[in-house]
Design a protein around this ligand. Sequence first.
Ligand code: FE2
Length: 273
Amino acid sequence: MPTPDLPLEALVDLRRYPLLDPDGAAFAAVVAEAREGLAELGAAELPGFLTEEGLAAVLADAIEVEPLGYRNAGPATAYLALPDQEAPPGHPRRWLGHAAVRAVAWDLFPPSSPLRRLYEWEPMLRFIEQVLDRGTLYRYADPLGGLNLASMGAGDELQWHFDQTDFVVSLAVRDADDGGDFEVVPRIRTADDERYDEVAAVLGGDRSRVVTLGLTPGTLLVFEGRHSLHRVSPIGGATTRLIGLLGYDTAPGTMSSDLLKQLRYGRTEPVAR
Ligand SMILES: [Fe+2]
């Protein structure tokens, strides 16, 4: 049985990712490589971030809290807004895909949860801050949205979309039996060029520019999804795909809107513990 109180130092592979030695050469090399990934692909994949023991502890904890999650499913657009009925037929802003995911909110993780302790660990925050290189980083103030476990089962998927945040930090915990691939079309749009024709081609099934990220369990991923179209392909099999989502922002005090909370967690207020 994995020990729930495994020290954080045993959770992360500190030989490969020396979070406790931020002034050392090895730390600098890891950060440099991750930044390279962000610059080239908008994604920094850090495989083997968790130790084998650490992954086992995070998985056991995730299986424990998974049933507490709230399932949200329905049609969704690539722009995470309502379909634009003014746009001509076939326009990407009118396209609808399918989204289905179960999310466990931060307030439902017990204090002993290894995923929660990792999220709340200062060296973790400082490491992500270095990788992103966007200035001081803060955890979300949102007691629901700060940390999430996302669980997806048979038939679930996340439609092609652009994120509405600059970056997302996730930790791969368990693969599905089939599908559940994280597929990306890097930098398909820019801040001032929507490139609707290219987006429409991907939504229409063009796979020529699709990159699939490996995301072996235990991998930490820093992903910039505002300009890269991405999706999670439909899942098959009985094993749910589990991912930890670690909410950080470059401004303090980040809260989700009540509308988003209601949609994602089925409530707006944290549970009393
Ligand atoms: Fe996304």
